[in-house]
Write a protein that binds this ligand. Structure first.
Ligand SMILES: NC(=O)c1ccc[n+]([C@@H]2O[C@H](COP(=O)([O-])OP(=O)(O)OC[C@H]3O[C@@H](n4cnc5c(N)ncnc54)[C@H](OP(=O)(O)O)[C@@H]3O)[C@@H](O)[C@H]2O)c1
Length: 285
């Protein structure tokens, strides 16, 4: 590695963020790992990672996080906007406050952190903003409507920012994970089950929730280290790509979505939604 960079990574208490913080610290970078659950990031301290409390829906928390790093290090080279979650459920029944909350975490938190690091990066004449998007920002998943909205928005936000930031020496990179074995799927399935109960979508929602829950407990998914590697490339490459797509089903999913007519995609999704995991459990995957 040529030079150690000062890196802030959000959503570092589990899954992709945790593995990315580990990898970047092992490479000798000065890593600030941020999330709400400090206790889960405690083991990272042994690698020299600095742990910082951050709620991306709280303006004071966001400001304090960025100020702490700039005061301590005098610079910030990389922001990895990774915090995020999925609240699955049919559009008709997901409460608007839940939809807004998901946008607060997945989009506005990321946007606010970006606004606060940009002046420092402009002053330095260099910097890198890496946003964890998803293949869900490229293809709509059954009952994932609001989550898709947040990730499509992250894609548009990042594409716009890349053009604006380039003249200041700042690169903007998107990470587009496919299916990655983290708590994300378990959380999305829980939300889907909760929101569907007692509604017209109860049967289809519960079946789909069972399928997601089952899928995320199998070994059909990629490990989060696969995405940590993509984030490491985005951090370390002299000329990073605009997007790094990685992880199980990412390339094939996006390619099929782009190739087939919209109604075929709808039919495919609804067909998947009709299969119930109880019929596939015997596969022992
Ligand atoms: N797993 C997948 O299949 C997959 C696929 C595509 C994209 N992604 C994206 O990858 C990113 C990381 O997800 P993951 O799979 O690693 O899931 P995860 O293990 O559930 O991690 C999510 C992280 O987000 C943080 N977070 C959630 N709400 C937050 C808030 N209000 N403030 C600050 N941090 C918050 C959590 O920390 P605290 O709860 O401690 O705050 C946690 O560290 C997300 O943006 C997700 O949408 C995941």
């Amino acid at each position: 590695m040529k030079e150690a960079k000062v890196i802030l990574i959000t959503g570092a208490s589990s899954g992709i963020g945790y593995d990315a913080a580990t990898k970047l610290a092992q490479q000798g970078h000065c890593v600030y790992a941020a999330a709400r659950r400090l206790e889960l990031m405690e083991p990272l301290k042994a690698l020299g990672v600095k742990v910082i409390r951050l709620d991306v829906t709280d303006e004071t928390s966001i400001q304090q996080c960025v100020e702490t790093i700039i005061q301590a290090e005098g610079r910030i080279d990389v922001l990895v906007n990774n915090a995020g979650y999925g609240f699955f459920g049919a559009i008709e029944i997901v409460p608007m406050e839940e939809a807004r909350r998901q946008l607060e975490v997945n989009l506005f938190g990321l946007a606010r952190l970006t606004q606060l690091v940009l002046p420092q990066m402009r002053k330095q004449g260099c910097g890198r903003i890496i946003n964890t998007s998803s293949i869900a920002g490229k293809m709509v998943i059954y009952m994932g409507g609001w989550y898709n909205v947040t990730k499509y928005a992250v894609e548009a936000f990042s594409d716009a920012l890349r053009m604006e930031a380039k003249p200041f020496g700042i690169d903007v990179v998107m990470i587009e994970p496919g299916s990655i074995k983290t708590n994300w799927g378990i959380i999305a399935a829980q939300h889907l089950k909760e929101s569907s109960g007692g509604t017209a979508y109860e049967e289809s929602g519960e079946r789909w929730a069972d399928n997601i829950d089952w899928f995320y407990k199998t070994n059909l998914l990629s490990k989060p280290t696969v995405i940590a590697k993509a984030i490491s490339r985005a951090v370390n490459r002299r000329h990073p790509k605009a997007r790094y797509r990685a992880g199980r089903f990412s390339h094939v999913g996006v390619a099929v979505h782009a190739l087939i007519p919209a109604r075929w995609w709808d039919a495919l999704m609804r067909k998947l939604g009709k299969i119930h995991v109880s019929n596939t459990k015997r596969l022992q995957l």
